[in-house]
Write a protein that binds this ligand. Structure first.
Ligand SMILES: NC(=O)c1ccc[n+]([C@@H]2O[C@H](COP(=O)([O-])OP(=O)(O)OC[C@H]3O[C@@H](n4cnc5c(N)ncnc54)[C@H](OP(=O)(O)O)[C@@H]3O)[C@@H](O)[C@H]2O)c1
Length: 428
């Protein structure tokens, strides 16, 4: 039986769990691939940190780059997680040395995936990153293999479990964003130190960029695109959405419109009876529209060591079975750039919430500004607070393009009766 030498760099939340899985499942791996695995090197910053397994000091490297000089490696896992720096160096060095790479690192792949995939192809080794998008859901392999001959037009879904948990909990408990965020941090669903990259949409956008590349056989886009997070969503918005038969979800969406690429991440009002509205808590879901397959839905745990390790192990077995292929499904030489769809032209219904002084004339000032920008109102709700002499005005518009909506919002900036920047949520 052929012996395969494995190295694992990064023993944090993911690497720690993965190491245990590799040790526990050696027999299963042998059975399924006919290969015997030997973990010959591990690396993390701190050799003395308590892990789920006993550290064999002989295998431990404080500097992961030393592994390449001292050991013969066939497959390496990069589980450090930086978009550049040591993560990029490990992956680059491995590929140049004809070592297969497996990583859950979406930050690295969404930034350097084009370059690294070229390097992998040149050296005839794999670069696998199933775990970088939607945790345990095998969405990348589904696009690359299961749906290989389909023409995909649109992929969207809930790609960030932290945000989905917070929005679901705010609805269920009526608590504020900050209270629920604190609980999410305690439960390990949100990063304790700096959860910003989850909350502001950056994490979901990195995943959308990887999904677009695979779905549309294109290079990873670098263009600036619409990215809004959930930090400004208030319990009030969730309550009002509920009364209007909607739920608020942070969606990542990528689609081709007239052969132009439209990628975006933002909170959406989704109908309560839609599939996506009923994906709750830390769950992720990806919906894919392809021809001839039609609509396909994949749902599962989008993060956490168990789900992520499951995806890493699937990459591992794929390599052990000899499935060497292009990292993005087609040769890097054939992947083109696609120009971006003009966001200003994007048109849909919008939800606006204004916090205003409850005075005569304020409502008409708002509706007049809407009329000035040709935005027609479909529904209007006014919720007065007599005690404070303030009111919330909620407006749902008919289809409105982004350019008009943005110009209209500018008109409110100088209005002293409008107490804060209006909240805007797009309907989906
Ligand atoms: N956590 C999730 O649920 C999840 C889900 C999907 C994908 N991912 C991805 O998985 C990757 C790892 O995430 P994580 O949550 O496991 O991160 P983490 O807990 O912060 O672990 C990072 C690990 O890298 C080690 N490390 C840092 N700098 C190093 C260096 N210079 N040399 C060697 N080792 C170094 C750390 O060592 P010490 O332990 O000694 O500090 C730690 O073990 C990221 O790309 C993340 O995006 C995570």
């Amino acid at each position: 039986m052929k012996k395969i030498n494995v190295a694992l760099v990064g023993l944090g939340q993911i690497g720690n769990y993965l190491m245990n899985e590799l040790n526990k499942k050696k027999k299963d791996i042998e059975l399924k691939t006919g290969k015997k695995i030997d973990i010959v090197a591990i690396s993390a910053k701190n050799p003395n940190k308590k892990r789920l397994f006993k550290i064999n000091k002989k295998l431990f490297y404080k500097n992961p780059l030393e592994i390449f000089k001292q050991k013969k490696i066939d497959i390496i896992f990069e589980c450090v997680g930086l978009s550049d720096g040591i993560s990029k160096k490990i992956v680059e060095t491995a590929l140049k040395n004809k070592i297969h790479v497996i990583t859950p690192n979406k930050a690295l792949i969404s930034k350097h995936g084009d370059y690294l995939s070229k390097l992998a192809e040149k050296n005839k080794v794999n670069l696998e990153f199933e775990a970088s998008v939607a945790g345990g859901i095998p969405i990348l392999r589904t696009i690359k293999e299961g749906l290989a001959t389909n023409k995909i037009n649109k992929v969207y879904g809930i790609l960030n479990g932290t945000c989905n948990y917070i929005l679901s909990e705010m609805e269920a408990t009526k608590e504020t964003f900050l209270n629920v965020l604190t609980r999410a941090q305690k439960l390990g669903y949100a990063e304790p130190g700096n959860p910003k990259l989850d909350l502001n949409g950056y994490d979901a956008l990195a995943k959308i960029r990887i999904l677009s590349s695979l779905s549309f056989n294109k290079n990873i886009s670098k263009q600036k695109c619409l990215m809004e997070g959930i930090e400004n969503i208030e319990s009030k918005d969730i309550d009002i959405a509920d009364q209007l038969n909607f739920r608020i979800k942070l969606l990542g969406i990528t689609e081709l419109i007239n052969n132009k690429l439209f990628e975006r991440v933002h909170p959406c009002l989704v109908k309560k009876n839609s599939y996506i509205a009923n994906v709750s808590g830390v769950m992720n879901a990806v919906i894919l529209e392809g021809s001839p397959v039609g609509e396909s839905v994949l749902q599962g745990e989008g993060a956490g060591p168990g789900a992520t390790s499951s995806a890493l192990m699937s990459d591992f077995l794929s390599i052990l079975r000899g499935n060497i292929k292009f990292p993005f499904g087609v040769s890097s030489k054939k992947r083109k750039s696609i120009s971006s769809y003009d966001l200003n032209k994007y048109s849909n219904s919008l939800y606006f919430r204004f916090e205003v002084n409850d005075k005569p004339g304020v409502l008409s000032q708002i509706t007049q500004s809407f009329a000035k920008r040709n935005i027609s109102v479909e529904r209007l709700i006014q919720i007065p607070d007599h005690k404070s002499k303030k009111a919330s005005i909620i407006i749902i518009t008919h289809k409105t393009n982004e350019l008009d909506a943005n110009r209209c919002l500018k008109l409110f900036k100088t209005n002293k009766n409008i107490l804060k920047i209006p909240t805007r949520i797009r309907l989906f």
